[in-house]
Design a binder for this molecule. Structure first.
Ligand code: NDP
Length: 506
């Protein structure tokens, strides 16, 4: 039986349920807003994009290209070159030569100046990058404008500052670069992930070959233009576009000294196996299934905003999304009523509209995965609650959804859905909350909501998660290390900890 049929039945049921559950407040639905689309005429899209190797845009030797689309409309935005083994080899060799002859020989303060220049140029072009990110990825413009681009800029500024201070970061050591870094990133925060990878690598004197995700190559390629404009020595930053095969060429290239990977746990394991027995360094930022814990003494309205931000931000395509809600039994009814009401107000639609809360799902493949897991949730007996918002006819969409009656063993409670779908469970005591929060193979992030400072310290200390937020969620800062425990990977990005993966210490 097709998932689509189940999906529409489930949606109809969920809409009824949501209607029935909705508390009789003064307003119980989305307000009408006039359309407020962000202009896109200032973004110069090429028809075809080449690879960025040795400071120039060059045609792929593979002679293969692939289309990149707008997931909200399915419009083809451009064709992009696909790097084969020979192209990856050319990029790695250019990076090696640039490292040996130019970048590692520059005074650290001079390297810092180049990185500052990238930061400033990116800041100047922030509107162009925000629109491009939204066009290619489907995320709401208010997120790319207020989160992705400013944070990417902040990462370059922050790491520019470290370039000539590495001796302070690692006192009593002689600090040397690692060499050529192969960097592979996913599609959920394309520009931000590129910044997380490139900025610390350059600050530490390394050169890079970056592979963006197949579905979202455009902001990385426009970042290549910024790199050109900033006049970086050719070969310091190289960008090779393509699918998983291109990433595998990079991983297996013998002259790459370090692989920095952000993506799924499944591909992370493949990469780890490929590097076993080599002397290449590896950091892995993988998937997550974070617990967001609401205690009965929490400010509930704020907590509900935190739940919404935790799971519906970027359509739930967030590795650290608060996708498992653990709510104390005594307040569960109140929290769920408020959540149902809030979900009904979320506006889904044109990602370029400044009032849109929930944009498009990044790809058809991801939509299929979300539908499959939602169908599994219904089959396993959980109750679905779903926004009855209108779904555009073209593009890939999934309405904000939450499940109640979820058991810890359900697939929706254990597997990363990477979509706007929340699994709600309850607990009675703090010990039970901690036990349930940690009962998962992942350990990337978690959230705790309570009025009591002492409880925050007591609970967060027991969480096996790389980042734990208290009375907030999804807050990022370049000075704050980010990374996982268990199957969420190893190594940290951001802060002094993030520099460690890009230096050799003597
Ligand atoms: P994937 O692991 O499928 O892809 C990540 C990147 O790896 C892409 O560039 C991909 O190329 C490439 N790739 C795929 N196969 C291989 C291979 N065999 N060898 C080398 N590279 C390969 O993840 P998604 O792009 O689908 O992203 C979603 C996942 O990423 C989620 O599980 C999410 O949790 C995780 N993630 C983790 C983050 C973290 O910081 N911990 C942050 C963001 C996402 P292609 O695009 O062609 O598939």
């Amino acid at each position: 039986m097709s998932t689509e049929v189940k999906d529409s039945e489930a949606r109809a049921k969920a809409a009824q349920h949501l209607e029935a559950e909705r508390p009789s407040l003064e307003f119980g639905g989305a307000w009408d807003y006039a359309p407020a689309p962000e202009a896109r005429d200032h973004v110069r899209l090429e028809k075809a994009y080449r690879l960025f190797i040795d400071g120039r845009f060059v045609a792929a030797k593979s002679r293969r290209t692939f289309p990149t689309i707008n997931p909200a409309t399915e419009e083809i935005l451009a064709r992009v070159d696909e790097a084969g083994a020979a192209d990856v080899d050319a990029a790695v060799r250019a990076a090696e030569e640039a490292g040996r002859k130019r970048w590692s020989r520059l005074a650290p303060a001079e390297r810092g100046k180049y990185i500052y220049r990238i930061a400033r140029l990116l800041q100047e072009k922030s509107r162009e990058f925000a629109v491009l990110e939204t066009l290619n990825g489907g995320k709401p413009i208010k997120e790319s404008r207020d989160v992705d681009v400013p944070l990417a800029v902040a990462h370059f500024f922050y790491h520019a500052g470290w370039a000539d201070k590495l001796a302070y970061a690692f006192p009593r050591h002689r600090v040397a670069p690692v060499g050529v870094c192969g960097q592979i990133i996913p599609w959920n925060f394309p520009l931000l992930m590129a910044a997380w990878k490139i900025a610390p690598a350059l600050a530490c004197g390394n050169t890079v070959v970056l592979k963006p995700a197949e579905t979202t190559p455009l902001t990385a390629l426009h970042l290549a233009r910024v790199v050109q404009e900033a006049d970086l020595p050719p070969g310091v930053v190289n960008i090779v576009t393509g699918a998983g095969e291109t990433g595998a060429h990079l991983v297996n290239h013998p002259r790459v000294r370090k692989i920095a990977f952000t993506g799924s746990t499944e591909v992370g394991k493949i990469i780890q196996r490929a590097l076993a027995g080599t002397d290449k360094r590896l950091t892995l930022e993988l998937g997550g299934k974070a617990a967001n814990i609401i205690f009965e003494d929490a400010p509930l309205d704020q907590a509900v905003e935190g739940i919404v931000n935790g799971i519906y931000f970027n359509q739930g395509h967030v590795c650290c999304a608060g996708s498992r809600l653990l709510v104390q039994e005594s307040v569960a009814e109140a929290v769920l009523a408020k959540l149902a009401n809030r979900v009904a107000t979320l506006r889904l639609g044109d990602p370029l509209d400044k009032n849109t809360d929930v944009g498009a799902i990044n790809s058809k493949m991801q939509l299929t995965k979300i539908r499959e897991l939602v169908a599994a949730g219904i089959d396993e007996g959980a109750q679905i609650h779903q926004s009855s918002c209108a779904i555009p006819e073209k593009g890939f969409w999934f309405p904000p959804t939450f499940f109640t009656g979820v058991a810890q063993s359900h697939r929706i409670a254990r597997e990363e859905i990477f979509g706007p779908v929340l699994a709600v469970m309850t607990f009675r005591t703090p010990e039970e909350a901690v036990e349930k929060a940690n009962n998962i193979p992942y350990g990337l992030s978690a959230g705790v909501w309570t009025d009591k400072g002492s409880k925050i310290f007591k609970i967060t200390a027991k969480m096996r998660a790389g980042v734990v937020w208290a009375n907030t969620f999804n807050k990022f800062d370049p000075a704050s290390p980010f990374g996982g425990y268990k199957e969420s990977g190893f190594g940290r990005e951001g802060g002094v900890h993030g520099l460690r993966g890009y230096v050799e210490l003597e």
